[in-house]
Design a protein around this ligand. Structure first.
Ligand code: SF4
Length: 412
């Protein structure tokens, strides 16, 4: 949209009408909530109508705060917006008293708006620029949190709720996150921009990887196990006979063909050497099929969505008995990254430039007794959900329908 870069941002009734349509329906609407704050919704309407961000990025400085403050200005220069990133408790469990303090800061120093920014894990408070200095003090004094996690630092850590809420969790993700974040050697990088670019930590309790660490994190910790899933034959038989589980479906949806079904004996067999930890059988037949009992934590490095050489998934490094034993590896990898990566290169860029050797040498020095993984070895950590053909089709139709409805386009 070539005209979008121009300074004109005349908001029409049609633009505002698009906001109205987002308020229709029985579900909560973010537009209704935005209208209750001092957020300039007309710029948001302009952005949706033009399919183009209404903002230019900008910067804003507060004394002695070196990270976590972002600002932007509308394309016509009339409105600016400043926001602070603050840190969340692990698992993002927020007590009601903490939420009240958060709202107090947002009301008194901001525009009455707080965002819980998806995968970054940060809580973002939109601040009035003229109150920015005192807002930092208020966040520290009232909330007991701090401002940080943007720029060339550690971004906010993220852990799935793991054992606090989820039956699949194979280790305590929240404790692991606190263990790493509170280490002084790591903590010092939360607010001070001393990296070539950003680094991220994410912790997922099982291979479903709700923290999306395998795709979005420089250091990933994913709960897993060795061998086949654990099968409670009696419980599985009950689920099959009652029609809750279709054994043929279990076989068909296993991505590696590890499952076989003996129709005469009414038994399934899972070949542990083929199991890719895709979690399909476990999701379908839990609790009759559960993760195996020989539990480990997969340590992976180097994934990201944006960097020099494009998006990529993680490299597997090792299978750990506990997350604490990764600390020497993590600290040495950080030092190697700081010493060797050019500006704006992520850890994966360094690995791609220098070879996986840069990681395997560190693993050899710091994790000498652990089973290692290299890009070509048999030890693969496969995570994520596999959609069936029908589900994929359904999703494609749904997304096409949305594009047609809103933009009269044919879809992807
Ligand atoms: S990653 Fe696994 S353990 Fe964590 S919330 Fe998701 S399903 Fe549960």
């Amino acid at each position: 949209m070539s005209s979008a870069g121009k300074m004109e941002q005349n908001v029409t009734d049609k633009d505002m009408g698009m906001l109205d349509s987002l308020e229709k329906g029985p579900w909560p609407s973010h537009i209704t909530e935005l209208k209750k704050t001092k957020y300039p919704v007309e710029y948001y309407a302009w952005g949706i109508a033009h399919k183009y961000s209404p903002w230019y990025s900008g910067s804003f400085r507060v004394k002695y705060v070196f990270s976590g403050i972002l600002a932007r200005r509308s394309r016509d220069g009339k409105v600016s917006e400043t926001h602070f990133r603050t840190f969340s408790p692990a698992g993002r469990f927020l007590s009601t008293s903490y939420l009240r303090k958060l709202v107090e800061v947002a009301d008194n120093y901001g525009i009455g708006l707080v965002e819980f920014a998806g995968n970054t894990g940060s809580i973002v408070i939109n601040i009035q620029s003229e109150k920015a200095d005192s807002a930092v003090d208020a966040i520290r004094a009232i909330m007991g949190s701090d401002v940080g996690g943007s720029g060339d630092t550690f971004r906010e850590f993220y852990a799935c709720p793991g054992q606090a809420l989820c039956e699949y969790a194979l280790y305590d993700t929240m404790q692991a996150m606190d263990f790493f974040r509170s280490n002084p050697q790591i903590y010092k990088y939360l607010n001070t921009q001393m990296f070539p670019y950003k680094l991220k930590f994410k912790f997922s309790g099982c291979p479903l990887d709700c923290a999306t660490s395998n795709a979005r994190s420089d250091f990933s910790f994913i709960g897993t196990w060795v061998g086949a899933p654990y099968v409670d034959e009696a419980a599985l038989r009950v689920m099959i006979e009652s029609g809750k589980v279709d054994p043929k479906e279990l076989v068909a949806r296993c991505p590696s063909g590890a499952i076989s079904w003996d129709n005469e004996k009414r038994e399934i067999k899972i070949d542990g050497s083929k199991c890719l930890k895709a979690m399909n059988c476990i999701k379908q037949a839990f609790p009759a099929i559960k993760p195996g009992k020989d539990r480990r934590i997969a340590l992976l490095v180097g994934s990201h969505a944006q960097a020099h050489y494009g998006p990529r998934l993680s490299w597997g490094v090792a299978l750990l008995d506990n997350y604490q034993e990764a600390m020497p590896f993590v600290l040495k990898t950080i030092d190697t990254y700081v010493d060797n990566a050019p500006r704006r290169h992520r850890l994966a860029d360094l690995i791609l430039r220098k070879g996986y050797r840069v990681i395997s040498d560190i693993a050899q020095q710091t994790l000498p007794d652990k089973p290692k993984a290299t890009p070509s070895s048999h030890l693969r950590f496969t995570t994520g959900v596999v959609l069936s053909e029908d589900e994929r089709q359904e999703y494609a139709e749904w997304s096409k329908g949305l594009l047609k409805e809103y933009y009269n386009e044919g879809g992807v």
